[in-house]
Design a protein around this ligand. Structure first.
Ligand code: GTP
Length: 243
């Protein structure tokens, strides 16, 4: 085990997955079991490396609070619905991880004791020390905060070395790579540049929280199989956002 730990660049990682990542190509299903299985297999490899792992998953495959708000729904209610969606995704991931032999705990920021244990930072630390993956559900428990901000908050609370932000593209580009084929990807970029150029890595609250607490962000492509382990092992993938 000790030898394996040396192969990883990071010892403790917070992985941020989007809810949409769980849909795969089946746009008529919010959660694709094949995608869950593929993510779980990668997570099992990460745990084998001796890396301790926290996860935050979004809820956009089920419900998007911000969009519902623009369509006339009360923002607070819409955000709570989005937070509940993250609980569904967290339970789906937990099931898949445990099927792959990875001991996993779900902690929720909104109390629902029948479903999951409450978020308790010290308990989360103990789970991580015991080699369990901890999935943090229900965002920060507050409206007006994104799941990216929740991920940064949890990353700091568990003292993660890095936050790995999974996306559908290879990293951070100077313009939208889907619309502009000549878009150029950065290998490294500063927090301030991301904020000044509004590069949409994460929302501004999340980015500035990372900047103020010196938490590096590794933006990478989840659709490339093996990328989670590659990133954690320190191989050059994606874009590193730092100072
Ligand atoms: P330790 O024994 O302290 O190492 O951790 P543990 O998580 O194995 O023990 P614990 O007795 O706290 O939890 C046993 C199981 O019950 C785990 O799957 C927990 O996630 C779950 N659990 C713990 N507290 C709660 C809770 O308040 N509500 C729900 N629904 N499950 C809980």
């Amino acid at each position: 085990m000790t030898g394996l730990v040396k192969q990883s660049a990071y010892k403790r990682v917070l992985l941020k997955l989007s809810g949409e990542a769980l849909m795969g190509n089946q746009k008529n299903r919010s959660i694709d079991p094949v995608v869950l299985g593929a993510i779980a297999a990668e997570i099992a490899d990460v745990v084998q490396l001796g890396v301790s792992l926290g996860i935050v998953v979004g809820g956009g495959n089920i419900f998007r609070g911000v969009e519902a708000n623009t369509e006339g729904m009360d923002r607070t209610s819409a955000d709570y619905m989005g937070m509940l969606a993250t609980v569904i995704n967290s339970l789906a991931l937990q099931g898949a991880f445990e099927k792959a032999g990875v001991e996993t705990r779900v902690q929720t920021a909104i109390a629902m004791r029948e479903i999951a244990e409450p978020f308790i930072q010290r308990k989360a630390m103990r789970h991580l020390e015991k080699g369990r993956v901890v999935i943090f559900a229900a965002g920060t428990g507050n409206p007006y905060f994104t799941t990216d901000t929740a991920a940064v908050l949890r990353a700091m609370e568990i003292r993660a070395d890095v936050i790995m932000k999974a996306t559908k593209v290879d990293g951070v580009y100077d313009k939208d790579p889907v619309k502009f084929p000549d878009a150029v990807m950065f290998e490294k970029i500063s927090y301030n540049e991301v904020l000044a150029k509004n590069l949409k890595v994460m929302d501004a609250t999340a980015i500035s929280l990372c900047r103020d607490n010196q938490l590096p962000i590794l933006v990478f492509n989840l659709q490339q199989a093996g990328n989670i382990v590659r990133g954690i092992s320190g191989k050059q993938i994606g874009t590193l956002v730092g100072d």
